[in-house]
Design a protein around this ligand. Structure first.
Ligand SMILES: C[S@@+](CC[C@H](N)C(=O)[O-])C[C@H]1O[C@@H](n2cnc3c(N)ncnc32)[C@H](O)[C@@H]1O
Length: 221
């Protein structure tokens, strides 16, 4: 019953706040046709990260976990014309579908899909000592979230924002006895954020089509 209300409410809010977008609709369609898992963020969550990226004036965005490029498109649409985005994906099929969707949306000039393991790709970016990123969206294999957090810190500047998806997982995050490595890694990231003098962080809990979950939003001091 609760899920039905959350779901219908999210649909209602999306209808009002997320204008129809042919690029995003095509991405969902192509993803279904290619039989990719339907584990992308929702439209309302897309609007959420798009707005957060705009609020920090993001010119350089880094995403971990492209899937079909749905969240990448929401984020890329927050960039100014000379902005740049890198999205990392280790599944070659997902990466091809994402790159095609980004190209079809006319955003291939500013979004690069990097194929490979995110830990390695992030280490590579750190070693290149390029310009820092303003906004990060982490939505991949959660058991590596601590590594992703550490690498993002290395790739950030004061004022950068790091967003982690799926940190609440129906409240499982509060289970300190859990043997689930993904949850344990997220718990560790939350401990690091809470005890660090380097960042401020908050979790926005959400209910909706994907049940009870939440995003961790961290700002570098
Ligand atoms: C939840 S999906 C991403 C959904 C996407 N952010 C969206 O909302 O449209 C997670 C993706 O991360 C990828 N992934 C998982 N482990 C990874 C790793 N170690 N390195 C890079 N990508 C990884 C998966 O193949 C999958 O496509």
């Amino acid at each position: 019953m609760a899920l039905e209300i959350w779901s219908e409410t999210e649909e209602f809010l999306s209808g009002l706040l997320c204008p129809p977008d042919p690029d995003l609709a095509r991405t969902v369609h192509v993803s279904e046709q290619a039989d990719l898992p339907a584990i992308n963020i929702s439209a309302l969550q897309g609007q959420q990260v798009n707005l957060l990226a705009k609020m920090v004036g993001a010119r350089r965005i880094l995403e971990v976990g492209s899937l079909a490029g749905y969240s990448a498109l929401w984020l890329a649409k927050a960039l100014p014309p000379d902005g740049r985005m890198v999205t990392i994906e280790n599944n070659p099929l997902h990466a091809v579908v994402a790159a095609d969707n980004i190209k079809a949306a006319g955003l291939a000039d500013r979004v690069e899909v990097r194929v490979g393991n995110a830990s390695d790709q992030l280490a590579l970016l750190v070693s290149k000592k390029g310009e820092p990123f303003d906004f990060f969206f982490i939505d991949a294999d959660q058991h590596n979230n601590v590594t992703y957090f550490e690498r993002c810190l290395q790739l950030s500047r004061p004022g950068s924002v790091i967003v982690f998806d799926n940190v609440v997982r129906s409240g499982e995050v509060r289970n300190l006895e859990t043997s689930n490595g993904a949850v344990r890694a997220t718990q560790r990231v939350l401990e690091l954020v809470g005890s660090s003098g380097q960042v401020d962080g908050v979790v926005f809990q959400t209910v909706g089509q994907r049940g009870h979950d939440g995003m961790l939003v961290v700002r570098i001091r």
